[in-house]
Design a protein around this ligand. Structure first.
Ligand SMILES: [Zn+2]
Ligand SMILES: [Zn+2]
Length: 165
């Protein structure tokens, strides 16, 4: 997961959560033109994102043209098209959801997370943790119990927004 912030007005930003599917960020001009698109790639978690420049978009990243039509994005890259301004953020927020699939051990309490029990999947390493009233394993400590550096803040908002620039 990552986030694309789009400027919608003066000091107004909309945020789109990027979930492992490609997202066009411009409209193609005429057929068969191609839109500029953000595409996830690689098997690592979290996924990395690449910007594919469209046929007619004079798109820049951090003020520089996109050479060879593609650029790997890094945290807080500024993307500009002729009409729009965006920021890419690699930040992830954890969300609570019912556990799908087979029971799996929780890295905090070592008990099994049963199917349909409330749980949080770490957005960085992908390991599930309990998040019930009796077993608040995810936000029991400030960091993910599976040993990655993900903050366990839930719905606490993003630590960085373009307004911080
Ligand atoms: Zn647990
Ligand atoms: Zn983790």
């Amino acid at each position: 997961m990552a986030v694309l912030w789009q400027e919608t007005g003066r000091r107004e930003w909309a945020c789109l959560v990027l979930e492992s599917v490609a997202v066009p960020i411009t409209q193609p001009v005429g057929e068969p033109a191609v839109a500029s698109t953000l595409v996830p790639f690689g098997a690592a978690r979290p996924a990395r994102w690449i910007l594919l420049a469209g046929d007619h978009d004079r798109i820049t990243v951090n003020g520089l043209p996109v050479l060879q039509g593609a650029r790997v994005l890094t945290d807080r890259d500024e993307i500009r098209t002729a009409t729009h301004r965006f920021f890419f953020s690699s930040e992830s927020l954890a969300r609570s959801a019912n556990h799908l699939g087979e029971p799996t051990p929780c890295p905090r309490c070592k008990l099994l997370i049963e199917t349909s029990q409330a749980a949080v999947i770490c957005p960085t390493c992908g390991v599930a943790h309990h998040q019930t009233d009796e077993l608040p394993c995810w936000d029991y400590a400030p960091r993910c119990a599976a040993g990655c550096s993900q903050s366990t803040e839930l719905e606490g908002g993003f630590r960085w927004t373009p307004e911080d620039e």
